[in-house]
Design a protein around this ligand. Sequence first.
Ligand SMILES: [Zn+2]
Length: 482
Amino acid sequence: METAKRVEYETVIGMETHAELRTNSKMFCGCSAVFGGEPNTKVCPVCMGLPGSLPVPNERAIQYVVRTAMALGCEVNTPTIFHRKNYFYPDLPKAYQITQYDDPIGANGHIDILVNGETRRIRIRRVHLEEDTGKLTHNSGDVSSLVDYNRSGVPLMEIVSEPDIHSAEEAREYLVALRNILVYLCVSDGKMEEGSFRCEPNISIRPVEQEEFGTRTELKNLNSFRVVFESTRAEVKRQEALIRSGGKVQQATMRWDEARGITIPMRFKESESDYRYFPDPDLVPLEFSDEYLAAQRASLPELPAARTRRFVEQYGLSEYDAGVLTAERGMAEYYEAAAKASGDAKATANWVTVELTRLLNAENVPIAETRVTPEQLGAMLVLIQDGTISGKIAKAVLEEMFRSGKDAKEIVREKGLVQVTDTGAIEAMVEEILAANPKEVERFRAGDEKLLGFFVGQLMRASKGKVNPGLANDVLKQRLAG
Ligand SMILES: [Zn+2]
């Protein structure tokens, strides 16, 4: 009898992402688009959907979507039009959302991501522009709901990938890369915790040899990259366990239960809603001239992937370090300025990614707000290079710079931290240490060479870390040799 071969499953994920655009005003009215504020204070007849009000498109928002489409390698459709998506729900007082349907601004792009050292291309199906809805707060106590229309009408960009994502890691890396691009372009602040960058993975699995897609579920309300990763992984496991035990996946919207580490169905879908899309008669088609498109393309900034490649080539950094430094635009710019000031690109990369990042994380300070300017960090690294301070002292100096904003030179002078390079002074300290530890000297001379570390430690303590380590080793070895 033959044993049945165990079926292997492949994960298939498509990602829908919504990013609130960083404009001053809303998409079709002059109300403020800034996050927060007392409920229903940033509203007007247009975003409240009062009869007779007319929408006027926000030019900046359109420009942001055009630039994003270009950065993602999409074709830009011209002309492009707005549609009405009709549905009745209290978060949308007009009973329709202005969005784009069959002519999105951007189509057919891609993002390349690096997962486990391998480059994977995730195709982008479409990039379109729409308006955000209001925010409902449901009170379970008295079964009432509150609605805040401050968010209603805020420009929202939707980016939809093809189902090219095949694991939770890829899902996370795709979102990290996409968010970085939007932040580089300054089109969105990318704040997941404030809801200005939201994602909905739709997930299915299928036997590896099968072409037809499995039934998919959609994950909602994921507010961090970690949650995206954990919930996606859990949902894939749930589907696989269900199918292997003879069950069937039902099309559903799922939520993540953080405490239990599982996905839970919020609602099952019976059929696709009919939104009765039709072109918005209040809005004219958008036509982009060749000059306009050329000007947008020419003024795109250097994007993270290109900058990573340049950092590897120009500064000789590892792919990993270059990736860390370019993930955030502010970090990349800081690094380049500091490397220029220090003249040592590799050492600067180490200090920025390790010591400075540690201080920033500990105090939860974004790099744009640190008191240590890149020029000051570069000047401190010069003090290490010319032997004025040791690397060990430099860590303490950087901490002090971080707290006070003072120059490294000033701190070194004030605290008397200049490295001891005077051989006579070091020898005097060594004599005292040897005299105070005769047993260790004897053991060292009998062949226990590991004790050299002990003597170096003693010397560092006696000099408060100010002895040049190379010199300390030399003098100690010489004296211990007898
Ligand atoms: Zn308004």
